[in-house]
Design a protein around this ligand. Structure first.
Ligand code: MSP
Length: 537
């Protein structure tokens, strides 16, 4: 497709692209190695980003790292490094992880980036000027591990705090607070009036339940620099750094600000960078997050945005948590699924397939090595792989790889798979989309068994029938290749190559039946998912 360059003489505003489909993931804490949970969220976002691009949207996909706070400072000290040097080392590891997952993110934010710090400070300065903060002493309990203040309500019946809080210390200190008390009702009204705002609906109900049954405490947004200095300095008081969650949430607008998004720049009072072409991003279309960080995203973040005069994101898409063998993954028990090791053994597409097919976005999931191997064998090797391999091998063997005349026997099945898949993709229903695609895989494998082309090939009187069957199968392989692009990009490229088509991505609309040209010659059939006969240990 030709890219139309707009003349440079047009006024700046006319050179703006239309608003992008803007989606984000949570930004991961750098104090550790990436695991299955982090990979899962990033793959969800990547599939949605790829799908929207192939549906014709201009997309901006953001992910990145959350680098400030006590946990990072302590981890750096424990390794005898400066926090910045420690973060730089880990950022390289996380960057390689994103590449290993073949994420198609358009930017990668680090909260230690100058552009991010500038936006956080600009927002703090504005909210301070407008009277959203006040200073007050605090005496109470503090969990360093969770970077959060605890109250008497958080104590268990025996008076102790849950071990998940780690060491709880008693603190007395002055801090700045963000006034939240008057913000509760409009947020309840907004969530009730916008049922799509938080998905799935049971997470929305959870947030509504919380807001209706509790009085919001004002949010402490600073930490005294004397206690914690690994944070963004508060612009109006040198004695403080910014609370890590206030800092982290702002990443969703600091990158738009750096990219010249006019609404965000106006809201935080930053000047536009006259140089670059501005990109229109805000409001975000999707924030993809795990269930544990619901309150930060569904309560604090909307309130921060409203205070800044910014529109709220269109949707918070909340996924569940993975366990391994029915147990929480933890470094101490050693039952952490290492995505890198799984990808090295089984391939990236197998990993992407399993996490999306096994677990719908919402509930919690359970990883088992046997479950993984089972899906690989049944759905990838015996299902998709076998279909493509036998279809194209027969076309090669019986027709020298030359595509016969069009025949529409599987057109309705393929059309249904396409319509359903696209509907699911537009609604971010990734598991549903894969189920729809696999209905076509199953149907086509049945079609091979029912039509028995290997028998037809033995009877010259059946040559025309064999042509029909071979066209239907090859065309179904092409349709599958198109529909699978967002999920299994490497596999789609291989299917295209084996069909003799360019392996570049194509719009999802080209899955419409009849794209394969009669008379074209296909490429070499190669197994997509080699069978692994040894059960995985
Ligand atoms: N830094 C914060 C997020 C700030 S967003 C402005 C944070 N980081 S995290 O590294 O702890 O988690 C990052 C994401 O990974 C979260 O959305 C979290 O829910 C997700 N997961 C972490 N462990 C997970 C599983 N075991 N399963 C699925 N997702 C999980 O929170």
């Amino acid at each position: 497709m030709a890219v139309v360059e707009l003349p440079a003489s047009l006024p700046h505003s006319a050179r703006h692209m239309s608003k992008r489909f803007y989606l984000t993931t949570a930004i991961d804490y750098v104090n550790g190695q990436p695991h299955l949970g982090h990979a899962y969220e990033k793959i969800i976002a990547d599939v949605i980003a790829r799908a929207h691009r192939l549906l014709g949207d201009e997309v901006f996909f953001l992910t990145g790292l959350d680098e400030h706070g006590q946990k990072v400072q302590q981890a750096a000290i424990a390794e005898g490094k400066s926090p910045q040097a420690y973060c730089d080392e880990l950022a390289a590891i996380w960057g390689r992880f994103a590449a290993k997952l073949q994420l198609t993110n358009d930017d990668f934010v680090r909260t230690t980036d100058a552009r991010h710090k500038a936006a956080v400070q600009a927002l703090l300065a504005r909210l301070h000027r407008e009277g959203h903060f006040y200073q007050s002493p605090y005496r109470g309990f503090y969990s360093q591990k969770e970077e959060t203040f605890l109250t008497e309500k958080d104590r268990r019946p025996d008076g102790t705090f849950d071990p998940s809080y780690g060491d709880v210390v008693e603190l007395v200190e002055e801090n700045y607070y963000f006034k939240l008390k008057d913000q509760q009702q409009w947020l309840i009204d907004y969530i009730e009036a916008n049922p799509e705002f938080i998905a799935p609906s049971y997470r929305r109900n959870e947030v509504l339940g919380f807001l209706k049954n509790n009085t919001l405490e004002d949010l402490c947004i600073t930490r005294p620099a004397a206690r914690l200095n690994w944070g963004i300095p508060v612009p109006f008081d040198a004695g403080y750094v910014t609370y890590v969650w206030f800092d982290a949430l702002v990443n969703y607008i600091s990158v738009p600000a750096a990219r010249g998004d006019a609404a965000v720049l106006a809201a935080i009072g930053q000047a536009a960078d006259a140089g670059g072409a501005a990109v229109e991003l805000w409001p975000a279309d999707l924030h993809i997050i795990g269930k544990d960080i619901l309150k930060f995203h569904c309560v604090y973040w909307p309130i921060m945005l409203k205070a800044a005069g910014l529109a709220l994101p269109r949707q918070l898409l909340v996924h569940g948590w993975w366990q391994k063998d029915g147990v929480k993954m933890s470094k101490t028990t050693g039952n952490v699924v290492d995505p890198g090791a799984v990808i090295d053994e089984w391939g990236l597409d197998a990993f992407r397939f399993y996490v999306l097919r096994e677990l719908d976005i919402g509930p919690d999931g359970n990883w088992t090595d046997a479950g993984f191997a089972g899906r690989y064998q049944a759905e990838l090797a015996n299902g998709l792989g076998n279909l493509v391999n036998r279809s194209l091998s027969m076309l090669k063997r019986y027709r020298n790889g030359v595509v016969p005349a069009r025949s529409d026997e599987l057109a309705a099945d393929a059309g249904r798979a396409m319509t359903e898949t696209l509907t699911h993709l537009r609604a971010s229903e990734l598991q549903g989309a894969l189920v729809s695609v696999w209905q076509l895989v199953t149907r086509a494998n049945q079609y091979v068994d029912q039509t028995a082309p290997f028998k037809l090939a033995k009877d010259p009187a059946q040559a025309a029938r064999l042509d029909e069957v071979l066209y239907n199968l090859a065309e179904t392989c092409r349709v599958l290749g198109v529909l699978l692009q967002p999920f299994l990009p490497g596999t789609s490229a291989k299917i295209f190559r084996q069909l003799g088509l360019p392996d570049a991505t194509v719009p999802l609309s080209t899955a419409a039946w009849g794209g394969l040209r009669a008379g074209a010659t296909i490429g070499e059939p190669v197994a997509l998912f080699p069978r692994k006969d040894q059960p995985k240990k």
